[in-house]
Ligand binder design. Structure first.
Ligand SMILES: CC(C)(COP(=O)(O)OP(=O)(O)OC[C@H]1O[C@@H](n2cnc3c(N)ncnc32)[C@H](O)[C@@H]1OP(=O)(O)O)[C@@H](O)C(=O)NCCC(=O)NCCS
Length: 147
């Protein structure tokens, strides 16, 4: 069973960061010094567990009435099992509760289809971030978190 909880302790935050380290730094080659950033201090972090094992994470950063979902990461061996969907749904719900005017994210190009399934649409042109091609995507059904 997949559980998604908001991170409330330093221990849980450490587990979330360790997933990001494995996925973004070790697997994708993102420089470690930019993986953790200032937004981590103010973000809401989410941790997904399967049978007590921490397997996925995401964060939500709210600034100027806009909510940005980011650092979505699921351990490789747990992908394709609905963990990402559960995390994204939770992050969108959390953003909606804050009554923001926009929910958006920067999607790595190979996972655009994942976000589209959850109600996000691409806007604007392709750009590079951490050496990886991205598109900005906006949640297009603010009244509804699909999934
Ligand atoms: C992107 C990521 C978070 C998705 O998590 P996941 O747990 O594998 O996704 P889920 O199993 O919840 O998939 C949900 C749905 O999206 C689909 N999906 C998953 N990855 C997809 C992809 N790359 N392209 C298109 N559809 C995809 C699934 O088939 C599933 O569809 P269904 O609901 O019709 O069955 C995960 O692949 C990951 O951590 N990747 C590496 C890090 C990364 O790229 N993060 C995103 C940074 S923007």
């Amino acid at each position: 069973m997949i559980r998604v909880e908001e991170v409330v302790s330093a221990k849980e935050l450490k587990r979330a960061f360790s997933i990001r380290l494995r996925v973004f730094v070790r697997e994708q080659g993102v420089p470690q010094e930019i993986e953790l950033d200032r937004d981590d201090r103010t973000a809401r972090h989410f941790l997904a567990t399967v049978q007590g094992r921490a397997v996925g994470t995401a964060r939500l950063v709210v600034k100027n009435g806009r909510a940005k979902i980011g650092r979505m990461a699921v351990l490789k061996s747990y992908r394709g099992k609905g963990v990402g969907k559960a995390l994204l749904k939770r992050a969108v719900e959390s953003a909606r509760k804050k009554k923001v005017k926009m929910i958006y994210l920067h999607a790595q190009v190979p996972v655009i289809g994942f976000y589209e399934k959850m109600g996000f649409q691409c806007v604007g042109r392709l750009f590079m971030e951490a050496g990886i091609p991205h598109r900005k995507m906006v949640f297009s059904r603010p009244g509804e978190a699909r999934g």
